[in-house]
Design a protein around this ligand. Structure first.
Ligand code: PEP
Length: 254
């Protein structure tokens, strides 16, 4: 049975004190709500990572992830953070391929494939984001875009490595816009993604891969989205900064 995951992406929000206080509040609210095959992941800015890992340590179903890492092992890359550093403080996940990184930092599929390799090499798990822009959807090329993002970003991996990848379908037009993909639109793409995985790695791995939906997910729309056959949870941006909203979304699986 594949894992159900609710992951929060704090983006570049929260100073250190507010971040620790928000996470402490979240832990208190969700610690008895995460059951069985569920996991909650919180991905704060780098400066919070170490403290949040310490706070999450007593809770086996609550994990911490970074929002990015560099593709090299180490070296003269001022301002960058390596996968090994993230691993060394006990973080377990790294978000890769978020549309904001693709758009504002020109991260290509080729670069993301290298980052994915580095994350896996260091024993971390990537939460690999894919999704089309509004223009691509309106031109009816969204399936081709997603197929290419998968082929160039993660399908070079061995089956053993791919088994550690979490995917997130995040239509760019739904991120931070308040416009959510309808459950039918999201399910259609998730089913397509699972079929692509099946063609590449076979049905057992396809069946076991967690595919999250992201894009203006909130306590109101999460229940219908998460009840779709191929949607295994959410990557939550704005709503992950509000303890009550995030908790409500986590509770959808109960
Ligand atoms: C995100 O940034 O991954 C995201 C899904 O943001 P939001 O929920 O705010 O649309």
């Amino acid at each position: 049975m594949r894992k159900k995951i609710v992951a929060g992406n704090w983006k570049m929000n929260m100073d250190y004190t507010s971040g620790v206080s928000l996470f402490s509040e979240i832990i208190n609210m969700i610690k008895d709500e995460v059951r069985g095959d569920q996991e909650v992941i919180v991905c704060p800015p780098f400066v919070h990572l170490h403290s949040l890992v310490q706070l999450a340590n007593q809770h086996p179903k609550i994990s911490i992830g970074a929002q990015n890492c560099h593709q090299a092992d180490a070296g003269a890359y001022t301002g960058e953070i390596s996968a090994a550093m993230i691993k060394s403080i006990g973080s377990e996940y790294v978000i890769l391929g978020h549309s904001e990184r693709r758009q504002y930092f020109a991260e290509s599929n080729e670069l993301l494939a290298k980052k994915t390799d580095m994350v896996l090499k260091n024993g971390l798990k990537p939460i690999f984001c894919i999704g089309e822009t509004l223009e691509e959807r309106n031109s009816n090329i969204h399936f081709d875009v997603i197929k290419t993002q998968l082929a160039e970003g993660v399908f070079h991996l061995t089956a053993e490595d791919f088994a550690n990848v979490v995917l997130a379908y995040e239509p760019v037009w739904a991120i931070g816009t308040g416009v959510t993909a309808s459950p039918e639109q999201a399910q259609e793409v998730h089913a397509f993604i699972r079929k692509e995985i099946e063609s590449r790695y076979g049905d057992a791995i396809a069946d076991n891969t967690t595919i999250l939906y992201g894009g203006s997910c909130n306590p109101g729309n999460a229940p219908e989205l998460f009840s779709q056959k191929d949607i295994d949870g959410g990557l939550i941006g704005g709503a992950s900064l509000k303890s009550r909203d995030f908790t409500e979304i986590v509770k959808v699986f109960n």
